[in-house]
Ligand binder design. Structure first.
Ligand SMILES: C[S@@+](CC[C@H](N)C(=O)[O-])C[C@H]1O[C@@H](n2cnc3c(N)ncnc32)[C@H](O)[C@@H]1O
Length: 330
């Protein structure tokens, strides 16, 4: 089997039972279709099937193609879209990062932000790596329900909850937090409040109406405020940004499901940059490292926390890719 076919087969296995029914079957058929395979690069990375499906959804959301799922023969309708828009699909698949800005991940992140605030006693200066539309920089505007308590404004338009394999301690959920700044870095930042930006972000959610609904509510929670999104590679921008830290607040550097898209040597470089900055002054780090950084089992992501001083990196939780399953504790 070609490596092109293999990535579609692997994607089909990875999304079975997670993405809406039919998507895994579609990927299996893609793996066997010469035309579909002609649209993707040689030696494709693991995320190429996700990009291809998002490219079709992007056309559907813009009214440029009809929803193939509603057609009597969805597979033929899907292929028709690819034939009619082959150039656009190729461009989408070859260029541009995966832009899955998943606010549900804040369900897993909140207890870590609370831990940083409690440990340091300082207001939080947020700096997200791979922020996409920056929606996770507004996590304090959402309401959360855990097994042992709730957190956030009762009237928040976006309420997040999930499964807890080991519960978040209720005592952690009693603190209020002050966020003084919301900055993010991304190779291609998205303005989620524009029609074009929203369409791009929604295209990565396919036909999952719940995820699109969360996206809508998260955009609304920003109100008139916008995150400060910087365009660039965080490895290039980070040293300069970390050199400029005020004493009153704590810079909370965080990333979810972003470093997985960079080569291992760049990930290790990032760790070295963060460690060096931590050695120079107070800093907090929250991250979903990849398995090769930690030798952890595949599947769920470990969630790592470090607070300088002293800056010991610890795995304090595990979360799934979506952020709707959390295990608090190492
Ligand atoms: C899958 S999205 C995750 C977005 C967000 N962190 C979340 O969890 O919802 C990954 C993001 O990381 C960004 N990204 C990947 N490598 C990057 C790099 N080296 N520098 C800046 N952004 C990067 C991509 O552009 C993309 O927006």
């Amino acid at each position: 089997m070609s490596s092109k076919a293999t990535v579609f087969q692997q994607h089909a296995r990875g999304i079975a039972g997670v993405r809406p029914a039919g998507e895994a079957a579609l990927c299996r058929r893609c793996a066997e279709d010469p035309f579909v395979l002609s649209l993707v690069p040689e030696n494709p990375s693991w995320d190429v099937p996700h990009r291809l499906l998002a490219s079709v959804q992007f056309l559907i959301l813009g009214g440029e193609a009809a929803d193939y799922r509603a057609e009597p023969d969805p597979w033929s309708a899907f292929l028709d879209i690819l034939h009619a828009h082959a150039d656009r699909v190729v461009d989408f698949v070859h260029r541009g990062p995966i832009q899955t800005n998943e606010v549900q991940r804040c369900f897993a992140l909140l207890p870590l932000f609370l831990t940083v605030a409690r440990t340091t006693g300082r207001p939080l200066d947020l700096l997200e790596l791979g922020a996409s539309g920056g929606l996770n920089l507004f996590w304090d505007r959402y309401r959360y329900r855990y097994r042992e308590g709730t957190w956030g404004d009762h009237d928040a338009g976006l309420a997040l909850t999930g499964e807890e394999a080991a519960p978040v301690p209720g005592a952690l959920l009693t603190d209020e937090i002050r966020v003084v700044r919301r900055r993010g870095i991304d190779l291609e930042p998205v303005d989620a409040a524009t029609d074009a930006g929203f369409r791009l972000l929604a295209s990565f959610f396919g036909a999952d109406a719940r995820r699109v609904d969360r996206l809508t509510r998260a955009v609304s929670a920003m109100g008139d405020e916008r995150p400060e999104l910087l365009r660039g590679d965080y490895l290039d921008l980070l040293p300069g940004l970390l050199a400029d830290r005020s004493g009153a607040s704590i810079v909370v550097l965080f990333q979810t499901i972003s470093t997985v898209y960079t080569p291992l040597e760049r990930r290790l470089e990032l760790r070295a940059i963060v460690d060096a900055a931590g050695g120079e002054g107070p800093l907090a780090w929250i991250s979903t490292p990849t398995v090769d950084e930690h030798g952890q089992r595949r599947g769920d992501y470990p969630v790592e926390l470090a607070i300088w001083p002293p800056g010991e990196r610890r795995i304090v939780a595990r979360m799934n890719n979506r952020g709707d399953r959390l295990q608090w504790g190492p």
